[in-house]
Ligand binder design. Structure first.
Ligand SMILES: Nc1nc2c(c(=O)[nH]1)N[C@H]1C(S)=C(S)[C@@H](COP(=O)(O)OP(=O)(O)OC[C@H]3O[C@@H](n4cnc5c(=O)[nH]c(N)nc54)[C@H](O)[C@@H]3O)O[C@H]1N2
Ligand SMILES: Nc1nc2c(c(=O)[nH]1)N[C@H]1C(S)=C(S)[C@@H](COP(=O)(O)OP(=O)(O)OC[C@H]3O[C@@H](n4cnc5c(=O)[nH]c(N)nc54)[C@H](O)[C@@H]3O)O[C@H]1N2
Ligand code: SF4
Ligand SMILES: [Mo]
Length: 766
């Protein structure tokens, strides 16, 4: 068959229903069911003995870091179980006994697999050998590592300028691999380094850098023990950062209060039964949220402004509500903010946010009296057109209260992938850092490019328009994770060569360039042995602690390489070792690699020794109240605007959310236990009043349409589920609805796609 026929392969998972079963949404997270489900997953994928042995090494000081989320580990580790249900599922997914080998690829054509659901594709097993999909062919076949490296080098040499190549990174890789990858991209001559962070916490990075001078959070895990109030806004920790619930539980045990801000009443935020604690298993668990503010989608700025306005009114009477000493000593823009808050009336803001005033007043009364406040957030704030402003409004509140740089207070953007923060720290970014370029020149003697590269939303049109022709992915599933699936698929298919360095098969291995390569990589749990010596790598968690991670399992095939080795293999083939960087030795000698990393990036100096044990904290200026890099050396208040949506009568705002049984595009199973959905993913959560207006009944089948700038996009066949969600708001799972998100709709300044506020309308399906 010709390569043009291959272009017809499907970009969406199956539209068939899988047999839904509805139950009441849960009112608590974890408990015994959590433990049971975790063990079921690992036993099924890994076998019982292998699973139990491996789990006992996860998140231990001499073990490997959980391949799930970026939540930090406590200082004192429980030898019994230092992980959660979703960490166990992440391990099971990586360490499965199933393999995808040459026979598998002979049996199934790319065309056939592209019609499988993401769930089925992922369940095929671990990639065990390098594979190539040649132009015009419909079956992957084996290729040697040497030939694969040579092919990549030949393609890179054939480009007319380095910006014709794009180097994507997902947040699973190690600091060492990411550093080497970034170094190679720069040595090759491009800053085209989009990464998953562009679709994730980029708005946090931009918002925090502009106001506080660092794109990361400021809290440490122990701050949760001391906080008087923790606000959890736009985040679903029960599913996505389950061990954060233990931190919230501890906060409450010490007398702290929790305010949750979310359009949905998420089970994990209501009540928690700690599977590690006896009380959780036997008793009713810990009620977590004290004040639940069920805000409308993307009306957090309105809600926060209203809270600030009410606090400002109290502060006029009692000058102790705001921390005036802190404001005078460390901030800029207070007076302007106070004037700006008068731009809207309380009534206006109240109507916009849709929250009961009595509950807002309770939150205001609580916040007025407290100063040790932490604000935690994730995708519910970042993935909107005004994602950056959402973050700035949170910072405003913390600045007013002086809740920075002291125990029990601060910013807590809760990161997604386990090393997404580390990737950025070691140089994965599309913009130019003069400091980094100078350090590279100093250590390695070459000039890194000084013009900006593409991020995710700019990379896709570059490929679509034929400006970029070689696309390399260090992990991830770009086609499914990015917005505008059909457009993104065409963009990727336009490339001459696409390369996936990955552990598991996914849709991005099936929607490819004219030639495609799969390069299988060791995962976190895999033992990495060189000349009989076990090697380790390092990662950085969500709170800026850098520590070691050492794999435990014998790799499932001898033909899998570590990520640094793969990157070094490509680089050495490209430069033919005629380059100031000795790629091969850096790729195999991790101690040397860490030494060089420490020379280039200051926080990583002495990494070899400092990352031992529970690791060390990277420097963080907010913790020291050092705002010297900001205008007038002060933290900045921001004047944000309210978002504008102008919904017509038949229009809704749709947020794409994660079920309890997935890690991004990896689908562990078909249940969303906490929300009462079993055995189905094609569901649409809808308010009952809206359903009545549309004349929809429970389980009616609908299509969802978005229409931006006259272009209609549509996804088909979703079951309507009546749910406790604000009117005019809808929710459905990512990545199923990604075809609805237009490529050119993203947050101002951070370019994060608007995955949480897509304007849509509905129609009954035939
Ligand atoms: N098990 C598991 N763990 C994961 C992941 C996973 O897929 N599975 N993914 C990892 C990654 S990469 C990331 S980035 C994180 C994501 O972690 P989360 O951000 O918790 O994930 P989402 O499901 O996107 O949930 C967003 C939450 O924000 C709420 N929300 C949506 N829109 C708004 C809004 O406008 N305002 C407010 N206040 N709330 C809103 C939703 O109701 C939902 O509760 O999790 C990481 N951890
Ligand atoms: N609509 C919508 N879209 C979204 C989001 C949303 O909330 N809504 N969330 C966005 C967010 S927050 C993110 S972070 C992105 C995620 O985007 P990505 O990071 O690109 O996607 P993942 O699904 O996490 O990638 C999973 C794949 O990574 C590979 N992998 C796993 N472990 C390893 C490893 O150790 N090494 C290597 N080399 N490969 C590995 C496996 O092949 C697996 O199939 O999606 C974004 N897209
Ligand atoms: S909270 Fe995150 S890092 Fe910790 S065990 Fe669970 S999935 Fe893994
Ligand atoms: Mo993410």
């Amino acid at each position: 068959m010709s390569s043009s026929t291959r272009k017809n392969i499907e970009t969406q998972s199956s539209k068939e229903f899988t047999g839904i079963e509805l139950k009441n949404p849960a009112t608590y997270a974890a408990g015994f069911t959590g433990v049971k489900v975790a063990l079921q997953h690992t036993f099924k994928e890994m076998g019982a003995i292998r699973a139990i042995k491996t789990l006992s090494h996860m998140n231990q000081l001499d073990g490997f870091d959980c391949p799930g989320c970026a939540w930090p580990d406590p200082e004192h580790r429980s030898k019994l179980a230092e992980y959660c249900e979703n960490g166990a599922k992440a391990l099971a997914e990586e360490a499965t006994n199933q393999i995808v080998d040459n026979t598998f690829f002979s049996n199934y054509s790319v065309q056939e697999m592209s019609r499988w659901s993401d769930y089925k594709i992922g369940k095929s097993g671990r990639l065990v050998a390098p594979m190539i999909l040649k132009p015009g062919s419909n079956h992957y076949q084996e290729i040697t590592w040497e030939d694969a490296f040579r092919l990549i080098a030949d393609h890179l040499h054939a480009l007319s300028n380095p910006d014709e190549a794009i180097f994507y990174t997902s947040g699973r890789s190690s600091n060492e691999a990411a550093f080497l990858y970034g170094l190679f991209a720069r040595a090759f001559g491009t800053n085209n380094m989009p990464d998953c962070s562009n679709m994730c916490h980029e708005s946090s990075g931009v918002g925090l850098s502009q106001t506080l001078g660092i794109g990361k959070g400021s809290v440490k895990l122990e701050d949760f023990d001391k906080a008087e109030v923790v606000m959890v806004i736009g985040q679903n920790p029960g599913t996505n950062h389950p061990r954060m619930l233990s931190a919230l539980e501890k906060c409450k045990a010490n007398g702290g209060k929790i305010i949750s801000v979310n359009p949905l009443q998420e089970a994990g935020l209501i009540r928690f039964r700690n599977p590690q604690g006896l009380s959780g298993m036997l008793l009713n668990g810990q009620g977590l949220t004290d004040i639940y503010l069920q805000v409308k989608i993307n009306q957090d700025v309105a809600l926060l402004k209203l809270i600030e306005k009410k606090l400002a009114a109290l502060d006029k009477v009692d000058k102790k509500v705001f921390d005036h000493e802190f404001i005078v000593n460390y901030t800029e823009g207070y007076e302007s903010l106070i004037v700006h808050l008068d731009k809207h009336t309380e009534q206006e803001l109240l109507e916009l946010c849709g929250v009961e005033e009595k509950l807002i007043n309770e939150a205001v009364t609580l916040l007025a009296k407290k100063s040790r406040i932490i604000i935690c957030w994730a995708m519910g704030l970042t993935q909107h057109k005004n994602g950056v402003e959402n973050i700035k409004e949170c910072v405003n509140l913390l600045l007013l209260k002086g809740s920075l740089g002291k125990p029990g207070s601060g910013t807590c953007p809760v990161r997604g992938h386990s090393n997404v923060q580390g990737d950025r720290s070691v140089g994965i970014m599309h913009y130019v850092s003069k400091e980094l370029n100078a350090a590279i020149k100093n250590t390695f003697g070459f000039d890194a490019p000084d013009h900006e590269g593409v991020d995710v939303v700019k990379a896709i049109p570059a490929m679509y328009e034929g400006k970029s022709k070689v696309f390399i992915c260090l992990g991830g599933n770009f086609v499914s994770a990015a917005s505008d699936t059909e457009y993104t698929a065409k963009a990727v298919q336009n490339c001459d060569l696409t390369i996936q360095i990955s552990t598991k098969l996914n849709r991005s291995h099936l929607i490819t360039g004219k030639t495609a390569l799969i390069l299988p990589a060791l995962g976190r749990s895999d033992k990495d042995v060189k000349d009989g010596e076990k090697r380790h790598l390092t990662v950085e968690n969500s709170m800026g602690i850098v520590h070691q991670s050492k794999g435990f399992l014998d790799p499932i095939s001898d033909d899998i390489k570590s990520e640094p080795e793969i990157i070094a293999g490509i680089a050495a083939a490209y430069f033919r070792e005629v380059h100031p960087v000795k790629w091969k030795s850096l790729g195999s000698n991790y101690e040397l690699l860490r030494e060089k990393l420490g020379e280039v990036i200051s926080g990583f100096k002495d990494l070899n020794t400092k990352s031992e044990g529970s690791g060390y904290y990277l420097p963080n200026n907010v913790r020291n109240l050092d705002f010297s890099k900001l205008p007038n050396q002060r933290a900045q208040f921001s004047m944000t605007e309210l978002p504008i949506h102008n919904l017509n009568e038949n229009e809704y705002l749709l947020m794409s959310i994660r079920s309890h049984d997935q890690f991004n595009t990896t689908i562990y199973g078909l249940n969303d236990r906490y929300r009462g959905i079993h055995n189905e993913r094609r569901v649409l959560f809808m308010n009952e009043t809206d359903m009545a207006r549309e004349n929809f009944k429970k389980m009616d089948v609908v299509n969802i349409m978005s229409n931006y700038q006259g272009q209609e996009r549509k996804v088909f066949q979703f079951l309507v589920i009546p749910y406790h969600i604000p009117q005019t708001n809808l929710a459905a799972y990512f990545p199923e609805i990604n075809p609805l998100i237009p490529i050119h709709e993203y947050a101002e300044k951070s370019n994060t796609p608007i995955s949480k506020s897509v304007k849509v309308s509905l129609e009954k399906a035939d």
